[in-house]
Design a protein around this ligand. Structure first.
Ligand code: FES
Length: 185
């Protein structure tokens, strides 16, 4: 399979065609903030902290690097004012949702965000989908999933009752970056 060459922050990098821009950035040692990403799972693009500017065919867009596939001639910028400002807004939104989460505070702090101008919701769950993905894709269980939309969106077992197919393996609890999952045995 032929490799793909793209440019990131004025440096060329050649990677596998199935790599993402986030992985290409890692190849160059460029640190991108992430919260909903885990190497062992398909990317979900929920937190939007990994945004970069992508230019191809004369169009420039701000996109999540964890879900953006590499392509020949793609030009990526990871540190423009537009990128940094948009990441900070995303961090503020996450802080508003989960102001007490150590991990959210840590990642936000790394990009200079220590407070939020948005209304605080005091939720535990950041809706990153890591728990649902590890349950269905790595453990093969599918005991939990998202339900609801908008403000009522949350992660629940089927029918909101203890699930018979839950193996109490604890993978969801282990992977949760917000420490919001507590498995009952
Ligand atoms: Fe890419 Fe969360 S790490 S959207």
């Amino acid at each position: 399979m032929s490799k793909i060459t793209l440019t990131i922050d004025q440096q060329q990098v050649t990677v596998s065609p199935d790599a993402t821009v986030l992985e290409a950035c890692e190849e160059l040692g460029i640190k991108i903030p992430t919260l909903c990403y885990h190497k062992a799972l398909p990317a979900y693009g929920a937190c939007r902290l990994c945004l970069v500017e992508a230019e191809l065919g004369g169009r420039t867009r701000v996109q999540a690097s964890c879900t953006l596939a590499v392509s020949e001639g793609l030009v990526i910028r990871t540190d423009t004012e537009r990128v940094l400002k948009t990441r900070r807004v995303m961090a503020e939104l996450l802080l508003a949702r989960c102001p007490d989460s150590d991990r959210v505070r840590e990642v936000a702090g790394e990009i200079g965000v220590t407070d939020t101008r948005f209304e605080k919701k005091n939720e535990d769950c950041i809706l990153c989908g890591l728990c649902t993905r590890v349950c269905s894709m790595l453990m093969g269980s599918g005991a939990i999933d998202f339900s609801g939309r908008g403000d009522t969106r949350r992660v629940t077992p089927a029918y909101d009752r203890h699930s018979e197919i839950c193996m109490a393996c604890g993978a969801c609890e282990q992977i949760c970056p917000a420490n919001a999952v507590h498995v009952e045995e």
